[in-house]
Design a protein around this ligand. Structure first.
Ligand SMILES: Cc1ncc(C[n+]2csc(CCOP(=O)(O)OP(=O)(O)O)c2C)c(N)n1
Length: 632
């Protein structure tokens, strides 16, 4: 009956713009608000694409936090930030929510530039506790009493930085509330010992309740009751880790509260009210369901973690699948093919088995696939260990997330010249996920390291050959490829190794040359063809290797053309074009005009890949423009 009445409440979201409006509502109205927010999120993400399942799972948690805590003075630090759609809606961005992830619109992640309620920018996993600990320390120095709350998922809790921050926070004794949003999922089901522990903790909750009931019963036995209870308490201490929820966190210095049902607003509010008065580090363990409130997302949270536009009724994508495979699919198939012929090949993913296309490999070679959780640093050094033992590890990680493991690449792989293959998916401009996710730095951060080869294919056929080159060359190699569909190149029967450090001339011209790499090669070719009727005869080179650079070819081109354009989907600082300039300078070449096209010294915000490539002049139009400028 009560539920029915609640369902009849409507129009609450209309009245809510800021957290202060939430604080005026009763629980029935809050439940109605949660329903209306879910509906807005589902309908918006259906047209914009985005992180649906995580945001749906955190609606009640978001409302309860804003209800109880005095935001924005009290600060909520969201981990990853992909679960913040409800937070955005109730913190002044309801009317702009339709612009989610679109050019000029609001970001899919927390952004301080966007709202005072977004207190820390995020996008990569695991940063919330460290940042919140910094806030807590600052509050202490400034003698301020505002509360600091970090909200972190069970997946993100497996990152190294989260462990480091727990270690500090438990010991520092500062007032800090960590909300562990546990849905048993990372993108895929969560992995690792901590995840198993948390599962046990949940089971332990039932056990604890049972124990409390038994204790009550024993105490009432006249005469011996109290003694039995004392004895059972001693036994309980030794069993604590197995029986008492959160003993691990308590050992680390936290007051543990939970597990709490994460979709019961009354319950969450009551518990957060209590937690608000606690001092020192507190960990509140909240159990939620990923995808909550949208049938398709609840049934299949993996597919609805990050999703392209879809039809709300059917849950199906609205853009019919393109004819060409994605680079990810080509990588997935090729690595299986290579592994069939070489039992030394093993594959490693950091919680992105499906995203990187390694799911096929996992099905076929379950013993040779290692999902290490969101632990890019561990993934790389783990690979190094395997490589020392004679294996050929393929570490498949998105370009942006490999940034996490820079020292491991340097210290553990390159320094020892170990044959680890880095397969860098989502390299270059990724689009709507925005500044935290663009993969535009890897040429620069990798080419500065000794002993590693850095390559990028112009199409899916070349990707296959590069992967073959990588698993046979015997030293560290990175192969990067873009997000999305490949170009539709026909595939050779077998992948074969390429000659290391050799580019290819795709078009012979005179007077001007475009030296392109990776995803920019076909736009360069198309540009050259377009300007040809105007009498501009452009040479086009597919460089293939950022390192080692085909110096011989570059010198030849410089001698014959005297005007060179380099094009890359990478930052200009230290990237491919810089490598070409360095080569010309080192070889004493003078009188050659060089124009580098790439990403300037700024972070690339969210928009479609097409728009961003256009904006930065690295698409066909931009290359044509530069050719014309240099030849007029
Ligand atoms: C360093 C890093 N690696 C990988 C990712 C990709 N990623 C985004 S969300 C996510 C899962 C996070 O799981 P959890 O924290 O439990 O949140 P949930 O999605 O379950 O709500 C992953 C792996 C990332 N954002 N950052």
């Amino acid at each position: 009956m009560l539920k029915k009445q609640e369902e009849e409440i409507s129009g609450i979201l209309e009245k809510v713009n800021l957290p202060a409006d939430i604080r005026k509502l009763n629980v029935a109205e809050l439940n109605a608000l949660a329903r209306e927010i879910r509906s807005l999120i589902i309908n918006t993400v259906a047209s914009s694409g985005g992180h649906l399942a995580s945001s749906l799972g955190a609606v009640e948690l978001t409302l309860a936090l804003h209800f109880v805590f005095n935001t924005p003075d009290d600060k909520i630090v969201w981990d990853v930030g992909h679960q913040t759609y409800a937070h955005k809606i109730v913190t002044g961005r309801k009317s702009s929510f339709a612009t989610l992830r679109q050019e000029g619109g609001i970001s899919g992640f927390p952004k301080r530039e966007e709202s005072i309620y977004d207190v820390f920018n995020t996008g990569h996993s695991g940063t919330s506790i460290s940042a919140a600990a910094g806030f807590a320390q600052a509050k202490c120095l400034k003698v301020e009493k505002d509360k600091i709350i970090a909200v972190i998922g069970d997946g993100s809790m497996t990152t190294g930085i989260a462990f480091e921050a727990l270690n500090w926070s438990g010991d520092s004794k500062k007032d800090l509330i960590i909300v562990l949003n546990d849905n048993e999922m990372s993108i895929s089901p969560n992995v690792g010992a901590l995840s198993s522990y948390l599962n046990r903790v949940m089971t332990g909750h039932t056990v604890t309740k049972l124990k409390a009931d038994i204790k009550g019963f024993l105490k009432n036995i006249p005469g011996i009751g109290e003694q039995i209870v004392k004895l059972s308490q001693q036994i309980e201490e030794s069993l604590k880790t197995f029986m008492v929820p959160g003993a691990l966190f308590e050992e680390l210095g936290f007051t543990y509260v939970g597990p709490l049902e994460g979709h019961r607003l009354d319950y969450l509010i009551k518990n957060f009210e209590n937690v608000k008065d606690l001092t020192g580090p507190v960990l509140v363990h909240v159990i939620t369901k990923k995808g909550k409130g949208y049938k398709f997302a609840e049934e299949n949270p993996l597919d609805y973690h990050g999703i392209a536009p879809f039809d709300v009724e059917t849950g199906k994508p609205v853009n019919a699948a393109g004819v060409f495979p994605t680079y990810t699919e080509i990588f997935g198939k090729t690595i299986v093919e290579l592994a069939r012929n070489d039992s030394r090949i093993v594959a490693i993913t950091a919680a992105m088995c499906e995203g990187t296309g390694l799911d096929k490999f996992q099905q076929i070679f379950p013993q040779r696939l290692y999902d290490v959780g969101i632990a890019e640093q561990h993934a790389v050094t783990f690979a190094a260990g395997l490589a020392v033992e004679g294996f050929i590890p393929v570490v498949a990680i998105y370009s942006t997330f490999l940034q996490r493991a820079y020292d491991q690449i340097l210290h553990d792989v390159c320094l020892q010249k170990l044959p680890v293959v880095f397969a860098l998916d989502r390299a270059g401009i990724v689009g709507e996920d925005g500044a935290t996710h663009q993969g535009v730095f890897d040429y620069s951060y990798l080419r500065s390291l000794p002993n590693i080869d850095v390559m990028a294919p112009k199409d899916e056929n070349e990707l296959r050959h590069m992967l073959k080159t990588a698993v046979t060359c015997g030293f560290p190699v990175s192969v990067r490829y873009p997000r999305g569909k490949a170009v539709g190149a026909s595939l050779d029967d077998k992948p074969v190794p390429l000659v290391v450090g050799k580019g290819e001339v795709l078009r012979e011209g005179s007077g001007i040359a475009v030296i392109a790499i990776g995803s920019t090669v076909y736009p360069a070719l198309a540009a050259a063809k377009k300007v040809s009727p105007e009498g501009i005869n452009v040479s086009v080179v597919n460089a293939r290797f950022v390192k080692p650079l085909d110096r011989e070819l570059i010198l030849k081109i410089a001698a014959s053309c005297r005007k060179i354009i380099t094009v890359e989907e990478n930052v200009l600082q230290g990237g491919f074009g810089s490598a070409v300039l360095e080569c010309l300078s080192e070889e004493g070449v003078t009188g050659v005009e060089v124009k580098r096209l790439g990403i300037p010294d700024e972070f690339v915000e969210h928009a479609t890949q097409l728009r961003l490539r256009h904006k930065y002049g690295i698409d066909e139009d931009g290359i044509i423009r530069t050719i014309k400028q240099m030849t007029k």
